[in-house]
Ligand binder design. Structure first.
Ligand code: C2E
Ligand code: MG
Ligand code: MG
Length: 705
């Protein structure tokens, strides 16, 4: 039984069939050979026994022939029949022959041993060659016929004719045969008994093997079935006993292995699905999940939560300037620094890009988030040593509190987000708590966005044109196209709606239209006889980033048959700083001969490098400097410096927002090339501008006249 238990299912089956097969074969072979062998042996045995017997009789006759002859000689010589009969009786007792006859020398019967002697005188043929003492044996169908010559020294007096009978031999052989048969029968019975026992043993062994097999095969299969059902249900903890090194053992091992692999894959999937690969922080998914849990828990335990939205300032510039690899490393370092500040119970997550979130649970007062926000900002204040340079990073943080600001996940997130935008808007590198006012602003912004989308679909925008005149003689040389939109019947300030168009990217949908409107205005003015003016179209960073911008500009210029130098594109320094695509588009536009003006110069970086790099054609001094240049010496200084700079670089200078004659006079004396402002003309719809131009042309003509 121990062997059976040790046997694997594979070998059990194999051994059982081999054992049964061998046993059957051995039995069949043994039976065949035994039957075959004994069949011949039985006949041979009887045969040899009978031959031995007759040989023995003949030999006895041969050896005792002369003695018998001597004994018969005397009574024959004396023709003493009774003595002869006595001898015949002796011979009969000795050899039990069929008949014994005493013949005379001519072969006539003297006596047959009986008193009646019926054969007396009957003549029998006698063998010729025999001499006294020699026995002549002749085989006849009824047995052997033995002639024993009786005589003395070559003289034959007669013969003893002995007809030997096979009866005795046959009786002996018959009894021998019976004994052999009995022995054979015994052997057959024993053989059959052994065969039967062997078959029973084989059956029992097969039964045992069968049980063993069913145990070793069906039980593991049942187990596997059960475990596979668990696996299918996603429960991978169940493991199979691995058992011996056979197919089932291997299958069990494979299933276990499969479960391990599956578990590993699931863990990887979980990692991928829930963690950010760059920073190893929880990702957006896990963040939502954790925040949901935190809100439930806080609701149950009547505790507070603070949600922080942390957005790096100007990260895009780092990415663009130093490449995404450095950007990625920096994000990793930032994540590392921030994660050192948070408790294990808090969740710091990366929402994507340069935006991180922090969930702080079990909040007791509102002072704690303030301290945490400051700690986060302080942690980033230290420069990051990267690629042999020191990188300075700041962040803007928005904070929303549960349940004070919101009691649902979505609104808490939205509020933290708008607080973050407010922090950014109020100068970056700081933090802002969410307030009701912020929410109102956000609402307003949202409804404005909605209105703007509708306005785009309905084509509700208009372009107004404001002339730019030469400072020295007041001649109109260009027009600036300015976007106008009416909200609820009243004009909406561009400063209010244009930033929303820019942030939402909607402004890109106006580029094509603005270019066409502007060029068609030029065509109209030319048709009216105002000469080849130039049009200045404002482009925001979003528009400058448009991948199809160059195609668009090319197509519109061709369509209106306009030389490129009659189109001037105004862009702010920050849009050029912001993005590589903006920069390459700007470079390609100037390469085509399209004029480039740097708008609002002085409010941004006022980078001289950019002025040179983009080969700007015009510099527009921002309204704010012009407005106060007569009262504020600082602004006056800036205006003076910028004008000198433009003159030095050979770039045309434009002063925006010129409202008074004094301003115009001062700018002219400082060498400003072009003037733009209410002093000359407000931005007007094209038809009104044409009227204004006509009036102005008429006025000049009258003056000249
Ligand atoms: P900007 O390009 O600097 O445009 C000049 C602004 O100064 C215009 O404001 C114009 O109306 C105003 N302005 C002109 N003369 C005077 C003046 O004598 N006094 C004062 N106080 N202001 C004067 P507006 O039209 O409100 O546009 C504001 C800004 O919106 C523009 O500044 C420009 O950056 C942007 N913008 C306007 N139209 C478009 C447009 O079609 N596309 C894009 N992307 N931006 C536009
Ligand atoms: Mg402008
Ligand atoms: Mg401007």
């Amino acid at each position: 039984m121990l062997i059976f238990r040790g046997l694997s299912s594979k070998y059990a089956l194999g051994i059982a069939s081999i054992l049964l097969g061998t046993m059957g074969l051995v039995l069949a072979l043994a039976g065949y050979f035994v039957f075959e062998g004994t069949q011949a042996l039985r006949a041979e045995l009887t045969q040899s026994f009978s031959s031995i017997q007759s040989a023995h009789d003949v030999e006895a006759l041969r050896t005792s022939g002369s003695y018998l002859g001597d004994r018969l000689f005397d009574p024959l010589y004396r023709l003493d029949v009774s003595a002869l009969n006595e001898e015949i009786e002796r011979i009969q007792a000795w050899l039990a022959p069929r008949s014994v006859l005493i013949l005379d020398a001519e072969g006539r019967v003297i006596t047959d041993g009986s008193l009646e002697n019926p054969q007396y005188g009957r003549r029998y043929p006698i063998p010729k060659a025999a001499a006294p003492g020699e026995v002549a044996i002749e085989e006849t169908p009824t047995g052997r016929l033995v002639h024993l010559p009786i005589g003395y020294a070559g003289m034959i007096s007669g013969y003893a004719r002995i007809a030997l009978s096979d009866a005795r031999t046959q009786a002996f052989v018959a009894s021998l045969h019976a004994k052999v048969e009995a022995a054979w029968q015994g052997f057959v019975e024993r053989f059959l008994a052994i065969a039967l026992i062997s078959i029973l043993v084989a059956l029992a062994a097969s039964l045992l093997f069968g049980i063993r097999l069913s145990r070793s095969v069906s039980r593991p299969l049942r187990d596997m079935n059960r475990v596979v059902a668990h696996y299918a249900a996603g429960n991978l903890e169940h493991k199979l006993p691995e058992g011996p090194e056979d197919e089932l053992g291997r299958l069990a091992r494979s299933l276990n292995q499969m479960a391990v692999e599956h578990e590993r894959a699931r863990a990887q999937l979980m990692q991928l699905a829930n963690y950010d690969s760059l920073t190893c922080l929880p990702n957006r998914n896990l963040f939502y999940d954790r925040l949901g849990q935190a809100i439930k828990k806080a609701r149950r335990e009547a505790r507070g939560i603070a949600l922080f939205f942390v957005d790096l300032d100007r990260f895009k510039e780092i990415n663009d300037a130093l490449g995404h690899d450095i950007g990625d490393i920096l994000l990793g370092r930032v994540a590392h620094r921030l994660s050192r500040l948070v408790r294990e119970t808090d969740t710091l997550a990366r929402m994507g890009g340069d935006e991180f979130t922090l969930i702080v649970e079990d909040l007791v007062d509102e002072e704690a988030p303030r301290i945490i926000a400051q700690k986060l900002l302080d942690a980033l204040a230290e420069p990051f040593a990267l690629d042999e340079r020191q990188l300075y990073v700041s962040a803007s943080i928005g904070i929303a509190l549960y349940p004070r600001d919101a009691d649902s996940l979505d609104s808490l997130i939205k509020h933290a987000d708008s607080a973050m935008y407010a922090a950014k808007a109020s100068g970056r590198g700081g933090f802002r708590f969410f307030t009701q006012e912020l929410q109102e602003q956000a609402h307003e912004r949202l409804s404005l966005e909605h209105d703007l989308r509708r306005a785009i679909e309905r084509g509700e925008f208009a372009l107004y044109f404001q002339p730019l005149v030469r400072a020295e003689d007041g001649r109109v040389v260009a027009l600036e196209a300015l976007l106008r939109w009416n909200l609820d019947g009243a004009p909406c300030a561009p400063d209010r709606f244009i930033p929303v168009l820019e942030e939402t990217g909607l402004i890109a949908r106006l580029t094509d239209w603005a270019l066409r409107e502007s060029l068609s205005a030029l065509t109209a003015l030319e048709r009216e006889g105002f000469g080849a003016l130039r049009v200045c179209v404002n482009l925001s960073a979003r528009q400058l980033q448009q991948a199809n911008l160059l195609d668009l500009v090319d197509r519109v210029l061709v369509e209106f048959g306009m030389p490129p130098e009659r189109l001037e594109l105004e862009m702010t320094e920050s849009s050029l700083l912001d993005d590589q695509l903006c920069q390459s588009n700007a470079t390609q536009l100037t390469a085509r001969g399209i004029r480039l003006a740097i708008d609002d110069f002085g409010t941004g970086y006022s980078s001289l490098t950019y002025l040179k790099r983009f080969d700007a054609d015009a510099l527009k001094i921002d309204c704010s400097f012009v407005r106060d240049m007569l009262v504020d010496p600082g602004d006056a200084q800036i205006v003076t410096t910028v004008l000198a700079l433009a003159a030095g670089l050979g770039i045309e200078s434009v002063a925006e927002g010129v409202e008074s004659e004094e301003q115009g006079e001062r700018l002219r004396s400082l060498g400003c090339d072009l003037l733009q402002g209410y002093l000359i003309c407000r931005p007007l719809p094209l038809t009104e501008l044409i009227d204004w131009m006509r009036r102005r042309a008429f006025g000049s003509a009258a003056e000249a006249g």
